[in-house]
Ligand binder design. Structure first.
Ligand SMILES: Nc1ncnc2c1ncn2[C@@H]1O[C@H](COP(=O)(O)OP(=O)(O)OP(=O)(O)O)[C@@H](O)[C@H]1O
Ligand SMILES: [Mg+2]
Length: 381
């Protein structure tokens, strides 16, 4: 009787002590996660640091593996007895948390791990998954805000460009028209004729710039019809073969087997391809590889133009769609190639994705909505 009485309070005390450790652990994790501006890495490192204290023996080591990255408090033994719990983020397993002992502690009995500890580990894995989901949602929100700001900025520049282009179009038309009329006057001295021709050429150049600004601003209607993107690519690249061969550039054309049909303006789509390939060629300025690919995705057709050129730093990437932004010398580029690409792709209901790494190259991917009627036709035998 004496023994029963003395053991009961002792195990209750031990249970209470374990419960207190669990609560402290969960509280510490909440504290780590709620630190303002803490990165996900810092939070995960904090979690593995506070975990071992909640286990029975101080020799416990904790390790968290997430998407191939490992976070551990000190050295986590390669082979050991351990408890583990999966981290399920958005219904997908993407990592694991483990607690292990390199050697079973000398005073440990058969119960090296307690069932309560497994429950705690499951709860920590669940809380970790919630923290990761929150961080990812926050990152997505920031990216979306950034994209919205960028789109908003381009829309404002587009409105301004459209206004300037419309205002200049009329006087420019007059300059060109009167220059052409003046050229036809008989008896003009040769020098005057040459001057008029210069006015005519300069007006035509200016009109091209205005035309590009109008395309960027979405003010040039596309003449849409079902277009097979493979044909646009094959026809467009034909003219680059000789130039690439001369410059030691390998031009790889990787067109998909299925018909990538979209509703589009073939002339404008050719312009997109040409502008991207010319940029790649100009950026490389020497041997390398340009790959042009077409792919059919579920709802989109994808056009990829990828080069092994010098790539772009972030400050260039941030401005490539802004009209007149160029890093090229005067006379080499007007900075309207990519704004034109942007205008055409937007007018076709598409999206542009750019990835660039300095020293490794640039990858442009353009998604255009698939033309459903044609897609259905191509699926029939
Ligand atoms: N593939 C690429 N690799 C590296 N930089 C690029 C690439 N494509 C574009 N750029 C950068 O983006 C800038 C803007 O390109 P964009 O085509 O709009 O104008 P541009 O080529 O300078 O002039 P334009 O096309 O009017 O002749 C370029 O000056 C260059 O710095
Ligand atoms: Mg260009």
């Amino acid at each position: 009787m004496m023994m029963v009485n003395s053991r009961a309070p002792q195990s209750e005390t031990a249970a209470l002590r374990e419960r207190l450790k669990e609560l402290t652990c969960l509280y510490d994790i909440a504290k780590v996660a709620s630190q303002p501006n803490a990165s996900l890495d810092a939070i995960l490192e904090g979690i593995v640091k506070v975990l071992p204290a909640a286990w029975q023996y101080p020799e416990a080591a904790a390790r968290l593996v997430l998407d191939g990255n490992t976070y551990a408090n000190g050295h986590f033994p390669a082979s050991c007895q351990k408890q583990s719990a999966d981290i399920i983020v958005n219904h997908k397993p993407c990592g694991v948390i483990e607690i292990g002992y390199a050697e079973p502690p000398s005073d440990s009995g058969i119960d090296l791990f307690l069932p309560e500890e497994q429950r705690l580990l499951n709860e920590v894995a669940h809380q970790t998954a919630l923290i990761i989901e929150c961080k990812q949602a926050e990152e997505d929100r920031l990216i979306l805000c950034d994209q919205l700001r960028h789109a908003d900025r381009l829309a404002t520049i587009g409105m301004l460009s459209a206004g300037v282009a419309h205002e200049l179009n009329e006087p420019l038309g007059n300059i060109l028209g009167f220059a052409q009329l003046a050229k036809k006057c008989g008896g003009l001295p040769e020098a005057a004729k040459q001057d008029i021709e210069k006015i005519e050429k300069a007006s035509l150049d200016a009109r091209q710039i205005i035309q590009k600004l109008l395309i960027f601003a979405g003010q040039v209607p596309a003449e849409k019809k079902p277009v097979n993107l493979n044909e646009v690519v094959e026809d467009g690249l034909y003219f680059f073969n000789a130039r690439c061969a001369k410059e030691g550039i390998e031009l790889v054309c990787d067109c998909c087997q299925t018909f990538p049909v979209i509703l589009g303006d073939p002339v404008q789509l050719n312009q997109v391809l040409v502008n991207l390939v010319v940029n790649a060629l100009q950026a490389m300025g020497g041997p390398g590889r340009i790959t042009v690919q077409t792919q059919v995705l579920e709802h989109h057709v994808r056009l990829v133009v990828q080069d092994t050129g010098p790539g772009m730093p972030q400050e260039v990437l941030d401005r490539i769609f802004v009209p007149f932004f160029t890093t090229k010398d005067i006379g080499q580029g007007t900075g309207l190639g990519l704004p034109v690409v942007h205008g055409i792709v937007t007018a076709h209901g598409g999206t542009i994705y750019v990835e660039s790494t300095v020293g490794r190259g640039t990858h442009f991917a353009i998604h255009l909505p698939i033309h459903n009627a044609s897609a259905q036709r191509t699926r029939r035998p």
